[in-house]
Design a protein around this ligand. Structure first.
Ligand SMILES: [Zn+2]
Length: 212
């Protein structure tokens, strides 16, 4: 399971294990769903927002509650500029290493933070590292739309080049793809390189970038 999660393109076998998660949108038209995990932080999130605006693109941000508490103005900017936001736990917990009660409490805490800044709770959720136990999955899917992905950019991987990150996305993205990038310190240099080039590639082909 761990290795399976770390493919650039998600295997159908993996997505079949958690069928009520959204792995890709069934889309006939040319729409791409960009997602950014782990923000908001001042070092990269405002840059991402500027870049999205310049390219008339919308995205979905899976925010860590403690980062929202630390940077509420950036979080409000995400919401005000028409992007979608989702819950990524308060402390970026790994579901496989956390008991269920503590895990669910941390998600509720993140919801309370999002609600404080105007986002109704119980909408979108993405598990950190994509890791959920079957019991967590069965519980959370009653309350949330759980969003996974079909294209992992590997922007967080310090051992690969920025060109490889871009290539991962260009090779595997299709109509309806959900792409994972990160507005995090680890990923920010690669995001600055790859995001504008993603638009330069897909926009002339008639693709649009929308929120989930
Ligand atoms: Zn994360």
């Amino acid at each position: 399971m761990l290795d399976a999660l770390l493919f650039t393109k998600t295997s159908p076998l993996l997505s079949a294990l958690y069928p009520d998660c959204l792995w890709k949108v069934k889309e006939e038209s040319k729409v791409i769903y960009l997602t950014f995990d782990d923000g908001p932080i001042p070092e990269i999130t405002p840059w991402v927002l500027d870049c999205l605006k310049e390219h008339q693109a919308k995205a979905t941000f899976f925010c860590i509650g403690k980062n929202v508490e630390a940077h509420p103005d950036i979080f409000k900017r995400i919401v005000d500029e028409g992007h979608a936001v989702g819950n990524h736990t308060f402390d970026h917990l790994n579901g496989w290493k956390t008991n269920n009660l503590a895990y669910f409490d941390n998600i509720t805490q993140c919801d309370a933070t999002l609600a404080k800044y105007g986002v109704p709770s119980g909408a979108l959720f993405r598990p950190p590292y994509g890791k959920l136990t079957p019991a967590q999955y069965l519980h959370l899917k009653k309350q949330y739309k759980i969003i996974m992905w079909d294209v992992l950019s590997f922007d967080f991987d310090l051992s690969i080049s920025q060109e490889k990150v871009l290539d991962n996305m260009l090779q595997h993205t299709e109509p309806g793809s959900i792409i994972v990038m990160h507005d995090s310190l680890k990923a920010m240099d690669k995001v600055r390189y790859a995001l504008p080039k993603l638009f330069t590639h897909f926009t002339p082909l008639g693709f649009q970038f929308k929120t989930l």
